[in-house]
Ligand binder design. Sequence first.
Ligand code: C5P
Length: 394
Amino acid sequence: MSATNREVILGIGAGIAAYKSADVLRRLQDQGFGVTVVPTPSSLNFVGAATWEALSHRAVTTQVWERVEEVRHISLAKNADYFLIAPATADLIARLASGRADDLLTNLVLASDVPKMIVPAMHPSMWLDAATVANVATLRARGFHVMEPETGRLTGSDSGQGRFPETMSIVNQFLTVTGVHRDLEGKKIIVTAGGTREAIDPVRFIGNRSSGKQGISVAKAAARRGAQVHLIAANVELENLDGILVTHVVTADEMLQVLNSSFAQCNILVMSAAVADAKPVASVDEKIKKAHFTSIELEQNPDILATLAPLKNGQVMVGFAAETSDVIAAAGSKLEKKGLDLIYVNDVSGGAIFGSDDTEGTILLRNGDQVPVSHQSKDTLANLLLDYALKQLG
Ligand code: C5P
Protein backbone atom coordinates (compact mmCIF):
# COMPACT_ATOMS: atom_id res chain seq x y z
CA MET A 1 0.00 0.00 0.00
CA SER A 2 1.24 3.51 -0.75
CA ALA A 3 0.90 6.62 1.40
CA THR A 4 -1.44 8.18 -1.15
CA ASN A 5 -3.70 5.15 -1.70
CA ARG A 6 -3.59 6.00 -5.42
CA GLU A 7 -0.67 4.04 -6.81
CA VAL A 8 -1.51 1.94 -9.83
CA ILE A 9 0.52 -0.65 -11.71
CA LEU A 10 -0.67 -0.48 -15.32
CA GLY A 11 0.23 -3.82 -16.91
CA ILE A 12 0.42 -3.89 -20.70
CA GLY A 13 -0.01 -7.16 -22.61
CA ALA A 14 1.18 -7.78 -26.15
CA GLY A 15 -1.96 -6.83 -28.05
CA ILE A 16 -2.45 -4.12 -30.66
CA ALA A 17 -4.77 -2.36 -28.17
CA ALA A 18 -1.60 -1.49 -26.19
CA TYR A 19 -1.52 1.86 -27.99
CA LYS A 20 -4.98 2.67 -26.61
CA SER A 21 -3.66 2.20 -23.09
CA ALA A 22 -1.55 5.33 -23.52
CA ASP A 23 -4.85 7.19 -23.25
CA VAL A 24 -5.96 5.07 -20.29
CA LEU A 25 -2.72 6.08 -18.56
CA ARG A 26 -3.40 9.78 -19.17
CA ARG A 27 -6.96 9.58 -17.91
CA LEU A 28 -5.85 7.74 -14.76
CA GLN A 29 -3.35 10.54 -14.13
CA ASP A 30 -6.21 13.05 -14.58
CA GLN A 31 -8.02 11.22 -11.80
CA GLY A 32 -5.04 11.70 -9.49
CA PHE A 33 -3.53 8.23 -9.76
CA GLY A 34 0.22 7.77 -9.77
CA VAL A 35 0.84 5.20 -12.50
CA THR A 36 3.82 2.89 -13.01
CA VAL A 37 3.66 1.09 -16.34
CA VAL A 38 4.86 -2.51 -16.46
CA PRO A 39 4.69 -3.90 -20.01
CA THR A 40 5.30 -7.53 -20.86
CA PRO A 41 8.52 -7.88 -22.88
CA SER A 42 6.68 -8.80 -26.09
CA SER A 43 4.23 -5.88 -25.76
CA LEU A 44 7.19 -3.60 -26.49
CA ASN A 45 6.78 -4.75 -30.12
CA PHE A 46 3.60 -2.65 -30.17
CA VAL A 47 4.45 0.28 -27.89
CA GLY A 48 8.03 0.90 -26.75
CA ALA A 49 9.27 1.66 -23.25
CA ALA A 50 10.11 5.26 -24.26
CA THR A 51 6.42 6.03 -24.77
CA TRP A 52 5.50 4.69 -21.35
CA GLU A 53 8.40 6.45 -19.64
CA ALA A 54 7.59 9.77 -21.29
CA LEU A 55 3.89 9.56 -20.39
CA SER A 56 4.30 8.22 -16.85
CA HIS A 57 7.49 10.15 -15.97
CA ARG A 58 8.66 6.93 -14.36
CA ALA A 59 11.19 4.22 -15.16
CA VAL A 60 9.81 1.30 -17.14
CA THR A 61 11.24 -2.22 -16.87
CA THR A 62 9.86 -5.56 -18.00
CA GLN A 63 12.09 -8.18 -16.40
CA VAL A 64 13.24 -8.98 -12.89
CA TRP A 65 16.82 -8.75 -14.21
CA GLU A 66 16.68 -4.99 -14.61
CA ARG A 67 17.46 -2.60 -11.72
CA VAL A 68 18.06 -5.66 -9.59
CA GLU A 69 19.36 -3.55 -6.69
CA GLU A 70 15.85 -2.08 -6.27
CA VAL A 71 14.25 -5.56 -6.10
CA ARG A 72 11.47 -4.08 -8.18
CA HIS A 73 9.22 -7.15 -8.21
CA ILE A 74 8.80 -6.63 -4.46
CA SER A 75 9.24 -2.87 -4.02
CA LEU A 76 6.75 -2.01 -6.78
CA ALA A 77 4.30 -4.62 -5.45
CA LYS A 78 4.55 -3.21 -1.93
CA ASN A 79 3.87 0.32 -3.11
CA ALA A 80 0.93 -0.59 -5.36
CA ASP A 81 -2.68 0.02 -4.33
CA TYR A 82 -4.29 -1.35 -7.49
CA PHE A 83 -3.45 -3.23 -10.67
CA LEU A 84 -5.00 -2.53 -14.03
CA ILE A 85 -3.88 -4.89 -16.78
CA ALA A 86 -5.01 -3.54 -20.13
CA PRO A 87 -4.87 -5.01 -22.66
CA ALA A 88 -4.65 -8.57 -21.38
CA THR A 89 -3.94 -11.15 -24.10
CA ALA A 90 -5.00 -14.81 -24.06
CA ASP A 91 -1.39 -15.71 -23.25
CA LEU A 92 -1.11 -13.25 -20.38
CA ILE A 93 -4.45 -14.42 -18.94
CA ALA A 94 -3.21 -18.04 -19.18
CA ARG A 95 0.05 -17.17 -17.44
CA LEU A 96 -1.79 -15.30 -14.67
CA ALA A 97 -4.27 -18.15 -14.21
CA SER A 98 -1.49 -20.69 -13.82
CA GLY A 99 0.47 -18.50 -11.40
CA ARG A 100 3.52 -18.11 -13.67
CA ALA A 101 6.17 -15.56 -12.82
CA ASP A 102 8.20 -15.32 -16.01
CA ASP A 103 8.39 -11.54 -16.38
CA LEU A 104 8.17 -8.53 -14.06
CA LEU A 105 4.42 -8.05 -14.45
CA THR A 106 3.48 -11.62 -13.53
CA ASN A 107 5.91 -11.51 -10.59
CA LEU A 108 4.22 -8.34 -9.34
CA VAL A 109 0.77 -9.87 -9.62
CA LEU A 110 1.84 -12.79 -7.45
CA ALA A 111 3.64 -10.57 -4.96
CA SER A 112 0.67 -8.29 -4.31
CA ASP A 113 -2.81 -8.87 -2.92
CA VAL A 114 -4.42 -5.52 -3.80
CA PRO A 115 -7.49 -5.22 -6.11
CA LYS A 116 -6.71 -6.20 -9.69
CA MET A 117 -8.69 -5.43 -12.81
CA ILE A 118 -8.04 -7.05 -16.17
CA VAL A 119 -9.21 -5.78 -19.56
CA PRO A 120 -8.96 -8.60 -22.11
CA ALA A 121 -8.64 -7.81 -25.82
CA MET A 122 -8.24 -10.53 -28.45
CA HIS A 123 -9.89 -12.15 -31.42
CA PRO A 124 -13.37 -13.58 -30.55
CA SER A 125 -12.29 -17.12 -31.37
CA MET A 126 -9.52 -16.85 -28.76
CA TRP A 127 -11.83 -15.18 -26.22
CA LEU A 128 -14.40 -17.94 -26.64
CA ASP A 129 -11.89 -20.78 -26.66
CA ALA A 130 -12.49 -23.23 -23.80
CA ALA A 131 -8.98 -22.65 -22.41
CA THR A 132 -9.46 -18.88 -22.18
CA VAL A 133 -12.97 -19.28 -20.76
CA ALA A 134 -11.58 -21.57 -18.04
CA ASN A 135 -8.64 -19.24 -17.32
CA VAL A 136 -10.95 -16.23 -16.99
CA ALA A 137 -13.21 -18.21 -14.64
CA THR A 138 -10.14 -19.11 -12.55
CA LEU A 139 -9.06 -15.48 -12.30
CA ARG A 140 -12.56 -14.33 -11.39
CA ALA A 141 -12.76 -17.01 -8.72
CA ARG A 142 -9.50 -15.62 -7.29
CA GLY A 143 -10.98 -12.14 -7.05
CA PHE A 144 -9.70 -10.53 -10.24
CA HIS A 145 -12.18 -8.12 -11.84
CA VAL A 146 -12.25 -9.20 -15.47
CA MET A 147 -13.99 -6.69 -17.75
CA GLU A 148 -16.07 -8.08 -20.61
CA PRO A 149 -14.56 -7.15 -23.99
CA GLU A 150 -16.79 -5.19 -26.33
CA THR A 151 -18.42 -6.57 -29.43
CA GLY A 152 -17.63 -4.96 -32.76
CA ARG A 153 -15.09 -4.58 -35.53
CA LEU A 154 -11.69 -6.17 -34.83
CA THR A 155 -8.21 -5.42 -36.17
CA GLY A 156 -8.88 -7.52 -39.27
CA SER A 157 -12.06 -7.48 -41.34
CA ASP A 158 -14.17 -9.66 -39.03
CA SER A 159 -16.10 -8.66 -35.94
CA GLY A 160 -17.30 -10.20 -32.66
CA GLN A 161 -16.62 -10.02 -28.92
CA GLY A 162 -13.01 -9.19 -28.15
CA ARG A 163 -12.60 -5.45 -28.72
CA PHE A 164 -10.77 -3.30 -26.19
CA PRO A 165 -13.43 -1.06 -24.55
CA GLU A 166 -13.38 2.74 -24.85
CA THR A 167 -10.98 4.49 -22.46
CA MET A 168 -13.64 6.04 -20.25
CA SER A 169 -15.56 2.81 -19.75
CA ILE A 170 -12.31 1.21 -18.57
CA VAL A 171 -11.53 4.16 -16.30
CA ASN A 172 -15.07 4.31 -14.89
CA GLN A 173 -15.08 0.60 -14.14
CA PHE A 174 -11.65 0.96 -12.55
CA LEU A 175 -12.96 3.78 -10.35
CA THR A 176 -15.78 1.52 -9.21
CA VAL A 177 -13.33 -1.29 -8.46
CA THR A 178 -11.08 1.06 -6.51
CA GLY A 179 -14.04 2.51 -4.64
CA VAL A 180 -13.06 6.14 -5.19
CA HIS A 181 -16.02 6.78 -7.46
CA ARG A 182 -18.38 9.62 -6.51
CA ASP A 183 -17.85 9.28 -2.77
CA LEU A 184 -18.49 13.03 -2.36
CA GLU A 185 -22.00 12.90 -3.79
CA GLY A 186 -24.28 15.20 -1.79
CA LYS A 187 -21.36 17.14 -0.27
CA LYS A 188 -20.86 20.87 -0.77
CA ILE A 189 -17.23 21.89 -1.08
CA ILE A 190 -15.79 25.38 -1.29
CA VAL A 191 -12.28 25.70 -2.66
CA THR A 192 -10.26 28.91 -2.83
CA ALA A 193 -7.45 29.16 -5.36
CA GLY A 194 -4.87 31.63 -6.60
CA GLY A 195 -3.42 34.61 -4.83
CA THR A 196 -5.15 37.78 -3.69
CA ARG A 197 -3.96 41.16 -4.95
CA GLU A 198 -4.09 44.28 -2.83
CA ALA A 199 -4.06 47.48 -4.85
CA ILE A 200 -1.43 50.11 -4.14
CA ASP A 201 -2.63 52.31 -6.99
CA PRO A 202 -4.44 51.58 -10.28
CA VAL A 203 -1.29 49.94 -11.70
CA ARG A 204 0.55 48.28 -8.83
CA PHE A 205 -0.48 45.70 -6.30
CA ILE A 206 0.85 43.46 -3.53
CA GLY A 207 0.53 39.89 -4.72
CA ASN A 208 2.22 36.54 -4.55
CA ARG A 209 3.42 33.69 -6.72
CA SER A 210 0.52 31.27 -6.22
CA SER A 211 -0.51 29.81 -9.61
CA GLY A 212 -3.85 28.45 -8.40
CA LYS A 213 -3.01 24.99 -9.78
CA GLN A 214 -3.44 23.17 -6.48
CA GLY A 215 -6.85 24.72 -5.78
CA ILE A 216 -8.06 24.01 -9.30
CA SER A 217 -6.91 20.39 -8.90
CA VAL A 218 -8.92 20.12 -5.67
CA ALA A 219 -12.01 21.68 -7.27
CA LYS A 220 -11.86 19.34 -10.25
CA ALA A 221 -11.16 16.27 -8.14
CA ALA A 222 -14.08 17.08 -5.83
CA ALA A 223 -16.41 17.60 -8.81
CA ARG A 224 -15.31 14.30 -10.38
CA ARG A 225 -16.07 12.58 -7.08
CA GLY A 226 -19.61 13.94 -7.17
CA ALA A 227 -19.39 17.00 -4.88
CA GLN A 228 -21.18 20.27 -5.53
CA VAL A 229 -18.20 22.59 -5.90
CA HIS A 230 -17.86 26.35 -5.52
CA LEU A 231 -14.45 27.66 -6.60
CA ILE A 232 -13.49 31.10 -5.34
CA ALA A 233 -10.69 32.10 -7.69
CA ALA A 234 -8.33 34.95 -6.94
CA ASN A 235 -6.59 36.22 -10.05
CA VAL A 236 -6.29 32.96 -11.95
CA GLU A 237 -7.14 32.37 -15.56
CA LEU A 238 -9.46 29.42 -15.72
CA GLU A 239 -10.17 26.96 -18.47
CA ASN A 240 -13.76 25.87 -18.79
CA LEU A 241 -14.64 24.11 -15.53
CA ASP A 242 -17.83 22.28 -16.34
CA GLY A 243 -20.20 21.84 -13.43
CA ILE A 244 -18.21 24.01 -11.01
CA LEU A 245 -19.62 27.30 -9.72
CA VAL A 246 -16.86 29.92 -10.02
CA THR A 247 -16.68 33.30 -8.29
CA HIS A 248 -13.79 35.57 -9.21
CA VAL A 249 -12.34 37.83 -6.53
CA VAL A 250 -9.32 40.10 -6.40
CA THR A 251 -8.64 40.98 -2.76
CA ALA A 252 -8.67 39.20 0.60
CA ASP A 253 -11.64 41.30 1.71
CA GLU A 254 -13.62 40.22 -1.35
CA MET A 255 -12.73 36.58 -0.69
CA LEU A 256 -13.89 36.86 2.91
CA GLN A 257 -17.11 38.53 1.81
CA VAL A 258 -17.93 35.64 -0.56
CA LEU A 259 -17.07 33.10 2.12
CA ASN A 260 -19.12 34.91 4.75
CA SER A 261 -22.21 34.32 2.66
CA SER A 262 -21.39 30.74 1.56
CA PHE A 263 -19.44 29.04 4.37
CA ALA A 264 -22.49 28.11 6.46
CA GLN A 265 -23.88 25.92 3.67
CA CYS A 266 -20.71 23.96 2.90
CA ASN A 267 -19.40 20.69 4.33
CA ILE A 268 -15.74 21.16 3.48
CA LEU A 269 -13.69 24.31 2.91
CA VAL A 270 -10.34 23.84 1.20
CA MET A 271 -8.46 27.09 1.56
CA SER A 272 -5.65 26.75 -0.94
CA ALA A 273 -5.53 30.41 -1.98
CA ALA A 274 -2.50 32.41 -0.93
CA VAL A 275 -4.02 35.37 0.84
CA ALA A 276 -1.88 38.50 1.04
CA ASP A 277 -1.04 39.04 4.69
CA ALA A 278 -1.30 42.80 4.43
CA LYS A 279 -2.82 45.50 2.26
CA PRO A 280 -1.97 49.18 1.73
CA VAL A 281 -3.81 51.38 4.22
CA ALA A 282 -4.94 53.59 1.40
CA SER A 283 -5.27 52.66 -2.24
CA VAL A 284 -5.19 55.71 -4.43
CA ASP A 285 -7.00 56.34 -7.70
CA GLU A 286 -4.04 57.97 -9.46
CA LYS A 287 -0.80 56.21 -10.28
CA ILE A 288 1.82 57.20 -7.71
CA LYS A 289 4.70 59.05 -9.40
CA LYS A 290 8.09 57.35 -9.28
CA ALA A 291 9.60 60.12 -7.15
CA HIS A 292 6.92 59.63 -4.46
CA PHE A 293 6.98 55.84 -4.59
CA THR A 294 9.29 55.30 -1.63
CA SER A 295 7.23 53.52 1.01
CA ILE A 296 3.82 51.90 1.46
CA GLU A 297 1.94 51.97 4.73
CA LEU A 298 0.36 48.57 5.35
CA GLU A 299 -2.32 47.10 7.55
CA GLN A 300 -2.99 43.39 8.17
CA ASN A 301 -5.63 41.61 6.14
CA PRO A 302 -8.25 39.63 8.04
CA ASP A 303 -7.18 36.02 8.57
CA ILE A 304 -9.99 34.35 6.66
CA LEU A 305 -9.69 30.88 8.22
CA ALA A 306 -9.39 32.27 11.74
CA THR A 307 -12.46 34.46 11.09
CA LEU A 308 -14.54 31.51 9.86
CA ALA A 309 -13.38 28.95 12.46
CA PRO A 310 -15.74 30.19 15.24
CA LEU A 311 -18.68 29.90 12.80
CA LYS A 312 -17.99 26.21 12.20
CA ASN A 313 -21.03 24.02 12.43
CA GLY A 314 -19.65 20.63 11.47
CA GLN A 315 -17.60 21.92 8.54
CA VAL A 316 -14.17 20.47 7.89
CA MET A 317 -11.56 23.13 7.17
CA VAL A 318 -8.41 22.36 5.22
CA GLY A 319 -5.57 24.86 5.14
CA PHE A 320 -2.26 25.13 3.37
CA ALA A 321 1.05 26.42 4.55
CA ALA A 322 4.08 27.34 2.51
CA GLU A 323 7.11 27.57 4.74
CA THR A 324 10.84 27.97 4.33
CA SER A 325 12.05 26.95 7.82
CA ASP A 326 10.81 24.85 10.77
CA VAL A 327 8.23 23.66 8.31
CA ILE A 328 6.34 21.08 10.43
CA ALA A 329 6.32 23.12 13.65
CA ALA A 330 5.08 26.21 11.83
CA ALA A 331 2.28 24.22 10.20
CA GLY A 332 1.29 22.64 13.52
CA SER A 333 0.83 26.00 15.15
CA LYS A 334 -1.21 27.26 12.15
CA LEU A 335 -3.45 24.21 12.47
CA GLU A 336 -4.17 25.24 16.06
CA LYS A 337 -4.43 28.99 15.58
CA LYS A 338 -6.69 28.83 12.55
CA GLY A 339 -8.94 26.09 13.94
CA LEU A 340 -8.16 23.72 11.06
CA ASP A 341 -8.92 20.03 10.77
CA LEU A 342 -5.94 19.38 8.56
CA ILE A 343 -3.19 21.31 6.90
CA TYR A 344 -0.83 20.57 4.03
CA VAL A 345 2.56 22.13 4.34
CA ASN A 346 5.26 22.36 1.77
CA ASP A 347 8.77 23.64 1.89
CA VAL A 348 8.92 26.43 -0.65
CA SER A 349 12.48 27.53 -0.05
CA GLY A 350 13.96 28.63 -3.36
CA GLY A 351 10.55 29.07 -5.00
CA ALA A 352 9.94 25.29 -5.23
CA ILE A 353 6.36 24.05 -5.87
CA PHE A 354 4.87 27.35 -7.18
CA GLY A 355 3.59 26.85 -10.72
CA SER A 356 4.76 23.23 -10.78
CA ASP A 357 2.49 20.26 -11.56
CA ASP A 358 4.07 18.29 -8.74
CA THR A 359 4.23 18.80 -5.02
CA GLU A 360 6.13 17.52 -2.01
CA GLY A 361 5.22 18.10 1.63
CA THR A 362 3.38 16.76 4.67
CA ILE A 363 -0.26 16.54 5.72
CA LEU A 364 -0.78 17.24 9.42
CA LEU A 365 -3.95 16.02 11.08
CA ARG A 366 -5.62 17.27 14.23
CA ASN A 367 -4.71 14.10 16.14
CA GLY A 368 -1.04 14.82 15.48
CA ASP A 369 -0.63 12.28 12.66
CA GLN A 370 1.71 13.28 9.86
CA VAL A 371 1.38 11.93 6.32
CA PRO A 372 4.42 12.53 4.13
CA VAL A 373 3.63 13.29 0.49
CA SER A 374 6.68 12.76 -1.65
CA HIS A 375 6.85 13.86 -5.24
CA GLN A 376 3.18 13.52 -6.17
CA SER A 377 1.11 15.29 -8.75
CA LYS A 378 -1.14 18.08 -7.46
CA ASP A 379 -4.09 15.93 -8.63
CA THR A 380 -2.96 13.10 -6.36
CA LEU A 381 -2.57 15.47 -3.42
CA ALA A 382 -6.02 16.93 -4.16
CA ASN A 383 -7.61 13.51 -3.87
CA LEU A 384 -5.63 12.65 -0.80
CA LEU A 385 -6.74 15.83 0.99
CA LEU A 386 -10.33 15.09 0.02
CA ASP A 387 -9.95 11.53 1.38
CA TYR A 388 -8.81 12.88 4.75
CA ALA A 389 -11.41 15.66 4.79
CA LEU A 390 -14.15 13.13 4.06
CA LYS A 391 -12.89 10.89 6.88
CA GLN A 392 -13.00 13.82 9.31
CA LEU A 393 -16.49 14.67 8.14
CA GLY A 394 -17.50 11.17 9.25
O1 C5P B 1 -0.77 32.24 7.80
P1 C5P B 1 -0.54 31.67 6.45
O2 C5P B 1 -0.78 32.63 5.32
O3 C5P B 1 0.76 30.97 6.27
O4 C5P B 1 -1.64 30.52 6.36
C1 C5P B 1 -1.92 29.85 5.22
C2 C5P B 1 -3.33 29.33 5.25
O5 C5P B 1 -4.21 30.28 5.80
C3 C5P B 1 -3.83 29.07 3.85
O6 C5P B 1 -4.75 28.01 3.89
C4 C5P B 1 -4.48 30.40 3.49
O7 C5P B 1 -5.46 30.23 2.50
C5 C5P B 1 -5.07 30.84 4.82
N1 C5P B 1 -5.09 32.30 5.05
C6 C5P B 1 -6.26 32.92 5.39
N2 C5P B 1 -6.29 34.27 5.60
C7 C5P B 1 -5.18 35.00 5.53
C8 C5P B 1 -3.96 34.38 5.21
C9 C5P B 1 -3.96 33.02 4.96
O8 C5P B 1 -7.28 32.24 5.51
N3 C5P B 1 -5.23 36.31 5.73
